[in-house]
Design a protein around this ligand. Structure first.
Ligand SMILES: Cc1ncc(C[n+]2csc(CCOP(=O)(O)OP(=O)(O)O)c2C)c(N)n1
Ligand SMILES: [Mg+2]
Length: 274
């Protein structure tokens, strides 16, 4: 776990560089979701590059597809494709485009248009039940994404079919594209909403690998209900001057900001290693 804490900052450095090189990317949401992806890909999910077609592999859908830079950096580090490929991110003719697509090793579903991941995850989980398979299905949504009506069709179906092989996560960073989620579409009653649809609801600090570990373990041991992990995160977590700032949803650093951000991430990586 200690090494993963350092890795969380090492991967944020990759993301920061990738976006600076390409001059495009969604850094705020990448940094809030990074630890969630690390917990899943290094500890909790049964996935690996040598069993991409294994019917028993766990399934993952990044419903908040704009956080693709975090997703690519984790997949590359887990060996799904060479790390050098990240250098082509968002370049002309590169397949590593600005949202997930299933031509890339390890990616199950094209995403980016918000609101679709949960319903597809429900379908995969229901198929698993019908086939008596023992894989699990995971999806991560943004909190702003919850304004999409299709999310609630998925929520209803998952409760109805008692999909205890499904774990969903909300990256609850309290910001969406242009400001506070509470100003745009208030949602502080998420607990009651998911519970009323038949879900088991867990809260965790989504930038704390120990809390995420406990939450994913609890979800696996929950029977008869799907689990929603409301992961309280900080948008931009890792670089203090971008944290909690809606402007950094989709912004590229200046040369000066780039160097300052990189130094802070390196400092925090070394501290996590101590
Ligand atoms: C259907 C749809 N509408 C609009 C967008 C444009 N968009 C991209 S990211 C975003 C904000 C999402 O906020 P949130 O879900 O909270 O993501 P996070 O804070 O984790 O970045 C929007 C509106 C989109 N990708 N899909
Ligand atoms: Mg958000």
């Amino acid at each position: 776990m200690e090494n993963l804490k350092a890795k969380a900052f090492e991967l944020r450095k990759d993301i920061w560089k990738m976006i600076y090189r390409a001059k495009t990317g969604h850094v705020g949401g990448d940094f809030s979701v990074c630890d969630i992806l690390i917990s899943l890909y290094y500890k909790h999910m049964n996935v690996s590059p040598d069993k991409m077609n294994d019917p028993n592999r766990d399934r993952f859908i990044l419903s908040k597809g704009h956080s693709v830079e975090a997703y690519y950096s984790v997949l590359a580090d887990r060996g799904f494709f060479p790390k050098e490929d990240l250098e082509t991110f968002s370049q002309y003719k590169s397949k590593y485009i600005g949202h997930p697509n299933n031509k890339i090793n390890g990616i199950e579903m094209n995403s980016g248009s918000l609101g679709h991941g949960l319903a597809v995850a429900v379908g995969m989980a229901l198929a698993g039940k019908m086939d008596k398979a023992n894989y699990r299905v995971y999806t991560v949504m943004g909190d702003g994404e919850l304004a999409e009506g299709s999310v609630w069709e998925g929520a209803m179906a998952a409760g109805h079919y008692k999909l205890d092989n499904l774990t969903a996560v909300i990256d609850r960073n309290r910001l969406q594209i242009s400001g506070s989620t509470e100003d745009v579409m208030s949602q502080d009653s998420q607990d009651e909403r998911w519970k009323s649809f038949g879900w088991h609801v867990i809260h965790a600090n989504g930038n704390d690998l120990d809390e995420l570990d406990a939450a994913f373990t609890l979800a696996k041991n929950t029977k008869g209900k799907p689990t929603m992990i409301i992961a309280e995160t900080t948008k931009g977590y890792g670089i203090s001057f971008i944290e909690n700032k809606a402007a950094w949803h989709h912004k590229v650093a200046t040369a000066e900001e780039f160097e300052a951000g990189l130094s802070e991430l390196e400092r925090r990586r070394l501290m996590a290693n101590e």
